[in-house]
Design a protein around this ligand. Structure first.
Ligand code: NDP
Ligand code: OXD
Length: 309
């Protein structure tokens, strides 16, 4: 059995070593040196060039090198009928929750305001509510959103979540579907986006959504840059409808050096690091699915191509 590895951001050496340890008889071919395309059964990919997957006539499994599969499904030539699986890795989930807790705490404790005051040498105490008095909303109650919401709740925040279908989570106020969004927004002083990027969620962080939040709310986007309508964010910050934004993901990555977000003091930036794929913990997830494929057992973490996640 042969596996094709394609990524511009994950280390091929690291992944090859981890997979070789777990599946010593698996042949690994690193793109673009992939040899005879007819020998490849599994493609492990981050952002495959359009047509690459279609060029593999014996392909039986497409495994995404991330939790999000938008990069993979974006290829219009992706072969129909080949199952797509994604990464669900407890290490990644814990890392995302660390990121969300950190950024929500920064906003809750008014870090952007105090950073601005420090730049101006201003010593001014601001009223500080406690966590129980701070309402946080999480868009997306999947693997990552659920864990983040529960951990925010353990920190004492008043947390609500939003999903496509109805979900129940202890201690979390749950909303779902288009009807539930308005209610979630109305109570979210800090809004965290952990939605997958699909045709239904692209551009969801727009002027209409911002207008539904309490005045002066802040957002954290650690899902995908295409969720955010950038001009609407700037307008909402200018009007005071939003007070701050923390962004880990961007439409254009790396964020171009001349992009105005870099120098906007109301926007805090991290370079798509909220929960990076971690080969030592993610490779066993991939290896498990390769073994399942070989043995004809059901695959884990299957993506529903129709839904887009
Ligand atoms: P999941 O597929 O487990 O969860 C997705 C959640 O979003 C589900 O609760 C789903 O609802 C909800 N959802 C999907 N579409 C809609 C919709 N139209 N309306 C309302 N809710 C919707 O995804 P994960 O939690 O594993 O990951 C989420 C995203 O995080 C990834 O797709 C990726 O883009 C991003 N990510 C970013 C990283 C970073 O470093 N910045 C790292 C890893 C992931 P339901 O429960 O009803 O199905
Ligand atoms: C992912 C990511 O989707 O790192 O896993 O963005």
């Amino acid at each position: 059995m042969a596996l094709l590895f394609q990524s511009s951001i994950d280390s091929a050496e690291r992944w090859s070593a981890e997979l070789h340890r777990l599946l010593p008889d698996l042949e690994i071919r690193v793109w673009p040196q992939i040899g005879n395309t007819g020998e490849i059964d599994v493609a492990l990919v981050w952002r495959p060039p359009s047509g690459l997957l279609a060029s593999l006539p014996k392909l039986k499994l497409i495994a995404a090198l991330g939790a999000g599969v938008d990069h993979v499904l974006a290829d219009p030539l992706i072969p129909a009928g080949v199952p797509v699986v994604r990464l669900v890795d407890p290490y990644m989930t814990a890392a995302m929750s660390e990121y969300v807790q950190l950024q929500v705490l920064r906003l809750h404790r008014q870090d952007p305001v105090y950073l601005a005051q420090q730049r101006e040498h201003v010593w001014r105490e601001r009223p500080q509510p406690n966590a129980a008095g701070r309402r946080v909303g999480v868009l997306g109650m999947g693997e990552l959103g659920r864990d983040a919401a529960l951990k925010l709740s353990v920190l004492g925040f008043d947390v609500a979540g939003w999903s496509r279908t109805e979900r129940r989570l202890p201690g979390i106020v749950c909303f779902h579907a288009a009807e539930g969004l308005r209610a979630l927004l109305a109570r979210s002083e800090i809004l965290v986006c952990l939605l997958p990027l699909t045709p239904a969620t692209e551009g969801i962080l727009d002027a209409r959504l911002f207008a539904g939040l309490p005045s002066g709310a802040a957002i954290v986007n650690c899902a995908r840059g295409q969720h955010l309508v950038e001009a609407d964010l700037v307008a909402a910050l200018d009007s005071g409808q939003l007070s701050a934004a923390i962004l880990d993901v961007f439409r254009d990555e790396p964020l171009p050096p001349q992009h105005p977000f870099w120098s906007d003091p109301r926007i805090l930036i991290t370079p798509h690091v909220a929960a990076a794929t971690h080969a030592p913990t993610a490779a066993p997830v991939v290896a498990d699915n390769v073994r399942r494929l070989r043995q004809g057992r059901p695959l884990l973490h299957l993506v529903d191509r129709e839904r887009g996640y």
